[in-house]
Structure formats: structure tokens, C-alpha cells
Design a protein around this ligand. Sequence first.
Ligand code: GDG
Length: 750
Amino acid sequence: MTSSADPLASAAPNPTYSLVVVSNRLPVEIEVDDDGTEGWRTSPGGLVTALEPMMRSSDGAWVGWPGIADRTFEPFENDGISIVPVRLSESELEEYYEGFSNDTIWPLYHDVIAPPRYHREWWEAYVRVNRRFAEAAAAAAAPGATVWVHDYQLQLVPRMLRDARPDLVIGFFNHIPFPPYGIYAQLPWRKQILDGLLGADLIGFQRLADAGNFSRAVRRLYGYPTRGVAIDVPAPEGTHRRVIAKHFPISIDAAAYEELARRPEIQERARQIREDLGNPKTIMLGVDRLDYTKGIAHRIKAYGELLADGRLSVEDVTLVQVASPSRERVGPYIALRDEIELAVGRLNGDFSTISHTAISYHHHGYPREEMVALYLAADVMLVTALRDGMNLVAKEYVAVRFDRDGVLVLSEFAGAADELKQAVLINPHDIDGVKAAILRAIAMPRQERLRRMRALRRKVFDNDVAAWSSSFLRTLTEGAAVRPGIPDTLTGALKDLSRADNILVALDFDGTLAPHVDKPEDARAVAGTREAVQRLLDLDGVRVAFVSGRALVSLQHVSQPQTGVLLTGSHGIEVQLDTPEIELDLVTAELEQLDALAEVLERISGSVDGTWIERKPAGLALHTRLATQRNAAAAQKAAREELGELLPGLTVRDGKDVIEFAVRSSTKGDALERLRRHTGADLVFYAGDDTTDEDAFAVLRPGDVGLKIGAGDSLAGYRVRGPEDVPLVLGLIADQRAAVAAERDAAAGA
Ligand code: GDG
């Protein structure tokens, strides 16, 4: 409870925030004292813990529903976070939350385990409520702020926000699975939901497969081009906006769980629990919201059959099942409770004795301390979800087991299975398989238990919830969201650059002057590039160079350079600097290595669909752009390994969907240094988009200007969105250079 006398009435001190989190529920709930006074209590959850420090340091606000219908609350401050409550009426709660969110989207996104119900009035309420959340977020966000929207209840908010506030950087994270197209396609509003999500700059999913399902749905329903994690969404005036759809597996505050587990009173409580259960040899535990996705009935069935088969006995084994109450007004949940409680009652009736209970079943929520004591007391943790975005319970069990003991039985249909591979993985639909896994877990030798738990703990502690949220926000703010247009800081830097006596404007070609295309020979610079380059060539004291990883003849072919443009190809191995010929020198030994290299890569490329080879003067590149992600990775790995043994001296270079092997090492950094010497430039401008361009950014000197095209980490000081911005930047250099020349002429004349 907060200390303020009337916290509900206190207004938020600051109307605009640089980080705004939007989720259906606020991280606080209302609590009523014995004397009837209302106050706010923080509801502890992983998300709050993860975001708290960031929210405090970056002036953050949280927009959401306070958990009580038909009440209006003013924004207020709670524990250093500004809270912006959104009002929901009782009927909106029924239609938007219980209806569309929990009876349409939830079952649809969880493999239609229960049949989704489609009601047009639910959809209308969903649109209306999403708009209200979007408006509240738009009103709270400062210019250029970052807004992070959470979960399936708010999938329309990103688009609504973008339309209202194009200045915002918008992220969305989907906590539940995203279904395969065959299932998703059922949704009558399938296009509207995709469009809603595509309003974000970055869309995060739990699993790689979820992100893939989403991109496929976008391709099928909208036909937008997707490559890897990138989706190019058409924007006004024929431009594109790049949206990233990528997996960010969520996690827990692992250290906080371990800290609780180490407390003597909690360990004492764990001992007490074992004793109260009659000190059985094995305690098995299930902890779930009472939800049909969690596979509680499957778990009970497998356990019941083991008792019936006589392979387990209640003298030795007890199952503790915590089924915390959930969505109790939604139809399928009412039926589920009856189903589970009937099964529990039957099983206990059939197998319990006066002194031993088969299933200790609890339909309550417990304090976190009690959950931790239960995890500590449990020898075997059963997570048998039929479909689950992640499943945090699995990770909590692992975090708590600082003794490195205990066995996790984990459904492969839970997102957690992607990371927690040392668990005993099961298919919960295969009841015999679940039974075998239970027996295996119970009988597992201590050495093996310790070995597996050690590996599991490393996973959970390495990717905790803080790592998760900072990786999402870093991708969102540094990479995915590159604002359109030319930043003012860049304009300023170019003005300074233009004052130097001699400048070199060096430009990467693919991805910088020309958009990436599937066939390298089809690449062409965007409209306006040629004119902008010509303007620069016409100015005194300005040299222009194209710097490429391509072989120089190929660069000549695609770039059609005007006279006066300097060229370097093959990452600087080939140059054409004010000469009619291409310069290159390779010794015989290098030529022999080149033949051996070609033989290996041709074999690999011949056996993997969607890959091809590009020959370069001093090496070869294996392109994987048209291969599936798995084939691309396999082909690259095979090439790397075979060549690593056969020709250990090769230079290996990773690019976008390409791996290059060269017998002579040279980088775009070397190329740029050579150009700098050749031209005698005082200052250099370099623009590039690829990882190989980082070598050039790395050799820039004070006063030089590095421009990164598009998303991703970079050493460059400035960034624009895509090749379509580059002619504008070149035009700006030309303008400023011309202005400087005019100033000088005027001064000379005066
Ligand atoms: C959704 C996705 C995804 C449960 N009973 C009690 C209690 N809990 C806590 C657990 C855990 C949390 O609730 C449940 O999280 P899960 O991840 O297992 O499942 P969902 O609620 O379905 O969550 C899921 C998650 O979002 C995060 O992205 O992993 O896939 O479905 O923390 O410990 N906590 C307390 N008493 C209880 O009785 N204190």
C-alpha cells in the first residue's frame, strides 16, 4: 500500500514521458483497508521488476487498466513510476477482455485447443478499447518517445499510435504464441490484426517459430516482401517502412527467486511441506493458472494410469497441483474447472489412503514465498502445456534450485523448451511418453540430475528478464526504428565537412546506393543518385568513390559510373583509380588456393537449395539469401568447417546472407585508406549498410563523417533509413560545398 493519504486523487506530475509501457493490466491493483480506505498495491510481476529501473531512470509511465470496472482514476505516481489508468466499463470488460481477448484470440493463438468464438460485437469493443489505450499512450508520450505495447489484448494499438503520432518509436511484444497460417486464417479480422501489429517498428515474439508464423501471415495476406526478420511495409509516396519481427524469449528475475529460496524461513517451510505430505520419497508438482492450455488433465491422466498400473504407489509419490483461479467468468474455464476437479476427485477416491493423498489439489493463488517453498520441496516439476508462449513456472523452478537438484519435465510445446533443452522433454499428447518421462524423472540418478540442472540454471541466469527487456529495447531504439528523413545532427556535420579543402565522398553500392535485390546483377542505384553524384563531381576539391565487396567488373556493370568516379572492388583488392585498367596482383600460390576454394564451395552450394556462388578476383562468396534459414546456416557452417581445415589461412568475412572467403585479405577499411592517400583528401564522408562497411567506419578520423544506412549496430556516427535517403544526403553535401565556394569567392572578391 502506498503511503500517501489519498493516492487515487494525486495527479501525475509530468504530462509527457520518454518511455511509455502499455499493457492491459497496470502493475498496481486497488486494495481496500478494513476501514474502507482505498489505496494502491504494487502487484509484483516479472515485467514490472524488469522495467522498473528503466522506467525510473528514463521518466517512464505505465498505461493500463487498474483491474476494476466503471471507475475513473486520475494519473498518479506509485513507487517512482507514473501510472496512467484507462477506464473500462463492465460491458467492455465482457466483450473486449473476456470475449475477444480470452475467448477469441487466446484459443485461436493456442492451436485452437478450445474452439475460438467469433462475435462481431466483441470485435467492435476490441477496436474501441484499443483506441482508448492508444489515445492514452499518445497523450502520455513525449515527442520522439519510445512506446512499448504488450500482448494480445492490444494488437491494434501500434497502428493507431503510429497514425496519431508518427514521431514515436513503437515496440510490441506478444506474450503468447503466434499460430501457423492455417489456423490464423480462420480469424474474420485477420488482416486488421496484422495491420495493427505492423504499426510497430519492432514486433517481439517468444519463439523463432512464432516470428516465422507472423511473417508468413504477412506475406500471404498482404504480399509484403520479407527477408529474415525484416518486413518492408509500404509507406506514403512509394517509400517503405522497415518492421522487424523477431523472437525475444522472455524470462524471470532469476536472482530474486534464488534469493528467496536461500532464506532459512523458506527452506524451513519447504521441509514443513514435505513433512505435511507424509515425507513421500517423491513429490511431484504442477503450478498453473487453471487454463486449458496447460495440459493439467493430461498430467493427471498419466499419473492416474501409473497408479492404476501399479508402477507408482501413493506410499512413495504425491502430486501437488496448484491451479490458480483464472478467467472464471469465461465459458470454457468454468467447464475446465469442473473437468479437472472431477478427475482429481476420482483419482483421489480411487487411490488415496487415510495417510496418503494421491493429489494434493489447490484452487488458490499463493504468495510468492509459498510458491518458492513448493518449488524447493518438489523433486519433479511437471510442465505439460499443450501450447504455451514461454511458461515462466519452468524457469522459476530452475532458478529456485540452487542445490542443483530436482528434475524438470517440460512440454516441447512450451516456448521454454527452445532454451531448456536439458529438461526431460515430452509431448503431452503422448500419454505413454509422459508416463515414461515421469518414471525416468523419479528414477534419475543424482549425478545426472545435477548435471542437467546445472546446465538449465546457466540458461535461465544468462537470459534473465533484465537481459530480455534491455535486448528488446536496444533493438527497438538502436536498430529497428530508424526515423525517416535526415537528422539535423547529420546536416550540421556535413556543413563542417564541406569546409575542408579536399573531400572524398566514398560510397558503398549494394544496400547504400541500391536496395538489396535477390539477383546481384539486377541491383541498380535509386532514382536521383546519378544526378547527385554528378553534382559532386562537378565541384572543385570533391572526389567521389564507390567502394564495394563486388568484383570490380560487376561493380562497373551495376553502377555504370560516370567518368571521374574512383572504383574499388573485392573489398579493396581491385582498384581503378584514375586509370583505364583494373589493378590487381595475385601470386601463383594464391591462384592455386582459389581453385581449391572453388571446388569446396561448388560442392556445398550444389547440394543446398537457394545458395549460389559468386566468383571474385581473390576469393569466392557463398550467397544464401534464397535458402531457408536452417539450410543457410548449415551451408555456412559446412563451408566454414571444411575450409577451416583445408585452407586455414583464408580470410573469412560474414555479410548479410553471404559468407566470403578470400586468399588475400583486404577490407573496405584498407580500400578507404588507399582512396584517402590517392585523393589526398582532408576529410572523408563514408556511407555503408553492411557489416563489412564497419571496417571502413573504423578507420574514419576526427571530422570525417560515417553514415550507416538502415538498422543494426554500427560505429558510424549518423544513420538514415534506406538508400532512398542517400541522394538527399549527397545533394546536401553538394549544396553546402557550393555555398562554401560561393562564400569564398565573395570573400576573395571583397
Ligand atoms: C503468459 C503466457 C508466458 C501462478 N500461480 C500463482 C502464481 N503464478 C505465477 C507463476 C508465474 C506466472 O504466474 C505464470 O506465468 P506462465 O508463464 O507460467 O503463464 P501465463 O500466466 O499463461 O503467462 C506464458 C507469460 O505470459 C510471460 O510472457 O510465459 O506463456 O501464457 O510467474 O509463478 N504466483 C503466485 N501465486 C500463485 O498461486 N504468487
